[in-house]
Design a protein around this ligand. Structure first.
Ligand code: 5CA
Ligand code: ZN
Length: 409
């Protein structure tokens, strides 16, 4: 499917720093070094049964920063994202609201593209739906079946976690801790007939009234994890630089995805780093479609909120933090945006080379956006109180903020 239009990334003088970022698998911040000049990243996309909320936006904002840091450091970026356009939550919502599931998915995906465009989040080079990826999923599952790493239970096909010696290395959880999380996040530990309670679905045989495709695996539809693996291997291959998503995906989704890929290809690792954004909450709970405690990007836009202010609000929290969305966060961002815009509207000001260096340093250090905002705040405050002689400094500030933070002043 098509992605969304890219906003220009202005060129900056000099070169940015190598990215250091927290890798869940390593449990530490470390340098991720793209091999051949091209940095490869896969970010898990939405399940399109409801509109983009601030939690989604915060997660995609984090991985947008990754790309901006890489580009600034001189890399080409190959970015892939999926759309889970067939899965249980989508089908359930379609039935509950009496809609056609494809129409629901198309409408919400279109709205997501508009939100991403408004927030100036860079589009993936490949934006791929689960349905589109079925032709790549089938041979992968066949390979796993042939090697004995997958097996059937009443026509459904499961992945055997015991087939991967590296299983558990992404999340770092032991098997006892995995079980309740697996049950909570779409797994079925208690289904009779499975070899191991944690074994995950690769392929579901057709259920009455549900969509299904006729394939060499029989009439059915794909499981969730294998969708992302098929798309990532198709466009990025093994050992790409970053597998990204919210922290709710570290287990089971990214753990299972890594195992599926490692066993199917016989190589390791799936991704060099697994990077996870914290959860955004509202009123004391993680924002989630199932709970319904949501603030939608599109609703704020409809209310006339400047998308640049939404973006600044997201940037005001470190991406790894779990945090609560509040009206005050947005009000502060609206006020900051006005201050910055006033500061760059003058023809001259305090020299900005140091600011550029500070923003680069902050972002290369595990995407410390709050530190980057603080640096711009300091420049804007100096501009307001004392001004400066440097012709072109405001222009450099606005290009820095645009290129590295994605905010157009
Ligand atoms: N389609 C799958 C991934 S393959 C999925 O998780 N879809 S989603 O629509 O539920 O979430 C899309 C992305 O937003 C995921 O990376 C998820 O981790 C992230 N996300 C969901 N809720 C929140 C939240 N409250 N805060 C931060 N990120 C969130
Ligand atoms: Zn995914």
């Amino acid at each position: 499917m098509h992605a969304w239009p890219a906003s220009e990334v202005p060129a900056l003088p000099g070169q940015g720093l190598p990215l250091r970022i927290f890798d869940t698998a390593a449990g530490t911040v470390r340098e991720v070094v793209p091999q051949d000049g091209t940095a490869r990243i896969y970010v898990c996309g939405i399940t399109p049964y409801d509109a983009t909320h601030m939690g989604h936006a915060a997660t995609y904002n984090a991985f947008d920063l990754v790309q901006r840091v890489w580009k600034d450091a001189g890399h080409d970026v190959l970015y892939v994202q999926n759309v889970t356009d067939v899965d249980d939550p989508l089908l359930e919502r379609a039935v509950a609201t009496g809609q056609d599931w494809t129409a629901l998915a198309e409408r919400e995906t279109a709205l997501f593209r508009e939100d991403m465009t408004a927030l100036r989040l860079l589009p993936p080079a490949h934006y791929i739906g689960a349905v589109e990826s079925i032709p790549w999923i089938v041979p992968l599952v066949q390979k796993l079946l042939a090697s004995g790493a997958a097996y059937e239970v009443d026509g459904d096909i499961y992945f055997s976690v015991d087939s991967d010696p590296h299983f558990g290395q992404v999340s770092g959880l032991d098997r006892e801790a995995m079980r309740p999380v697996f049950a909570e996040r779409g797994g079925d530990p208690d289904r009779p007939g499975k070899r191991h309670p944690l074994d995950a679905l690769l392929w579901l045989a057709a259920r009455p009234g549900e969509p299904a495709w006729e394939t060499e695996l029989g009439h059915g539809r794909p499981g969730w994890h294998i969708e992302c693996v098929a798309i990532a291997l198709q466009y990025l291959g093994m050992s790409f630089d970053i597998q990204g998503g919210g922290s709710d995906l570290s287990f089971p989704h990214h753990e299972m995805g890594a195992s599926h890929a490692q066993v199917a290809t016989g190589t390791h690792p799936y991704a060099k780093a697994y990077v996870h954004a914290g959860m955004v909450g509202l009123d004391g709970h993680k924002m989630s479609k199932s709970r319904g405690n949501l603030v939608f990007v599109s609703a704020l836009r409809r209310d006339g909120v400047d998308p640049a202010a939404i973006r600044l609000a997201l940037l005001s929290r470190h991406y790894r933090e779990n945090w609560e969305w509040t009206k005050a966060t947005l009000d502060e961002a609206v006020e900051r945006l006005a201050r910055w815009r006033a500061a760059v509207s003058r023809p001259d000001g305090p020299a900005a080379e140091q600011l550029l260096g500070e923003v680069r340093t902050a972002l290369a250090n595990d995407l410390d956006a709050p530190a980057a905002l603080a640096a711009v705040d300091r420049w804007a405050a100096r501009q307001e109180t004392e001004g400066g002689p440097d012709i072109g400094a405001p222009g450099l500030v606005s290009r820095t903020v645009d290129a590295l933070l994605g905010v157009a002043l």
